[in-house]
Design a protein around this ligand. Structure first.
Ligand SMILES: C[S@@+](CC[C@H](N)C(=O)[O-])C[C@H]1O[C@@H](n2cnc3c(N)ncnc32)[C@H](O)[C@@H]1O
Length: 465
């Protein structure tokens, strides 16, 4: 589930060699020839300057890669100053979690040793699992709900078994990249290695190394909590492989979303609408708001990155023209819908009450009919604006609010400002139900508003203008 790799990954620009001489293994660049054996002795060599033609192409490729978000990437600078090492991330939270990682030595030094346990799943660890992984009719595996799950339920929390800089997949020889992942695999306990090797690959053995195919099919882009600077914006972005989440198929109307918490180095999988017993649990492989693109474009993106023709319910069952039009409208009107904050501050009443209520209600209906409750704005994790008009403080690791929740919040607060008690209670309840169950702070605020409508800070304020 990492995004497509550049063709330049197969171009000899940066190479690696490994050493087993210390507890962690150093990787440096070797000037020429084929990649060294996995068990080669340490070889620190001066890096070659990559040919300028390769630099230019690779720089352009990395700079336009949305996942890396490195518009000023400079390969020559990167090559000159980076050294990678292979090690195991140690967790000091009593868990048996094991992550084999290749990390830039500077990044590794700055990485906190997570002593905070990952967020709890909604269910305790000893309770029966809310999901199971089964083979489907066509042989592939998929994740299914083993009980009805409500919206906001945390289906699982897991740590990655492998972690590697995203740039490695872009800037290395394919053989070298494969060699690095084989070295990581060898760090893992045998049963974990066996599970990794059962994951699916969208590449044939003729196309690439089996393990590399597994990484390219299943790894997710995650950000490590290290300070970055304009010179090396690519440093925090990594690929992480998760064993359970890798079983989730893609849907263009997914019923779950995943969230990476850099503080605890863990991923949570969260239901975004109620999921019935036996229903498949799906996520989106497309980044940000790409689910709003027309079906043909989504299909092409999935085909080129993952080599499959999407056969999700949205692509098979929905009327293509209607669905494309609904998604286009959702993408198009984002900036035309007045935000609650703009409307409430609008003393001249440029934005009519009906405009605000109708625009947000329309978008709620479109999102529900298209099954797009998972989409968030293209904001980075942690950069989401404070919710509920600032009533709940923003935290660095907060889950980004979905567009769906933002519209429900806007409607709840608009009805509150209009002093409409019935609608205020109904939309406030819906806004509460749409949130992750772990968002206890927002749930408390919203419940207090439902219980005592006058506690809503601007109750009836718009009527008094
Ligand atoms: C991350 S894996 C998902 C789990 C996988 N089905 C398995 O058996 O382990 C991604 C692979 O699943 C398949 N897949 C996922 N979503 C799909 C979809 N919407 N339509 C068709 N195939 C899909 C593709 O083969 C893809 O390369």
């Amino acid at each position: 589930m990492s995004s497509a790799t550049s063709p330049l990954a197969r171009t000899p620009s940066v190479k690696a060699t490994t050493s087993t001489s210390t507890s962690c293994k150093r990787i440096s660049r070797s000037p020429s020839g084929s990649p060294p054996s996995r068990h080669a002795p340490a070889a620190r060599v001066s890096p070659p300057s990559p040919p300028s033609s390769i630099c230019a192409k690779l720089n352009a490729d990395v700079r336009s890669n949305a996942v890396l978000d490195a518009p000023y990437f400079d390969l020559a600078g990167h090559v000159d100053s980076r050294v990678y090492s292979i090690s195991n991330v140690r967790y000091r939270d009593g868990s048996n979690d094991h992550t084999a990682a290749v990390l830039d030595v500077g990044v590794q030094r700055l990485l906190p040793s997570p002593s905070t346990p990952p967020p709890s799943p909604t269910r305790s660890k000893n309770a029966p699992s809310p999901f199971l992984v089964q083979r489907t009719g066509y042989g592939a595996r998929a994740m299914f709900a083993s009980e009805p799950l409500r919206a906001g339920f945390t289906i699982l929390v897991e740590r990655p078994v492998m972690l590697a800089p995203y740039i490695i997949g872009t800037a290395l020889y394919e053989e070298t990249e494969a060699q690095i992942f084989h070295t990581l695999l060898a760090q893992l306990p045998p049963e974990t290695q066996a599970r990794v090797l059962t994951l699916s690959s969208c590449k044939s053995v003729e196309e690439c190394d089996v393990l590399l195919g597994i990484i390219r099919t299943n790894a997710l882009p995650v950000t490590l909590p290290v300070p970055t600077d304009v010179l090396h914006p690519e440093l925090p972005t990594h690929r992480a492989l998760f064993l359970d989440t890798s079983r989730c198929n893609h849907s263009c109307a997914p019923n779950a979303r995943w969230h990476w918490d850099p503080a605890t180095l863990s991923l949570s999988l969260i239901a975004v609408r109620p999921i019935g017993l036996g229903d498949e649990i799906t996520i989106s492989y497309l980044p940000g708001t790409h689910l709003l693109l027309p079906r043909q474009t989504r299909q092409s993106l999935l085909l080129s990155a993952y080599n499959f023709s999407c056969c999700c319910a949205a692509c098979i069952r929905m009327d293509e023209a209607e669905s494309d039009a609904a998604r286009f409208e959702l993408g198009r009107v984002t900036w035309n819908v007045p935000k609650f904050e703009e409307w409430i501050a609008d003393r001249k009443q440029v934005f009519s009450d009906a405009l605000l209520v109708e625009a947000h209600t329309r978008r709620v209906l479109l999102i529900e009919s298209e099954g797009l409750e998972s989409i968030c704005d293209n904001s980075k994790p942690g950069s989401c604006s404070p919710s509920l008009g600032g009533a709940v403080p923003k935290t660095a690791t907060a889950l980004p609010l979905t567009q769906y929740t933002r519209h429900l919040d806007a409607l709840a607060m608009a009805y509150g400002a209009l002093g409409d008690a019935r609608n205020f209670r109904e939309w406030t309840w819906r806004a509460r139900e749409s949130r992750p169950l772990s968002d206890v702070g927002s749930a408390k605020v919203l419940q207090a508003w439902i219980t005592d409508i006058a506690s809503f800070p601007v109750w009836g304020w718009r009527r008094r203008l």
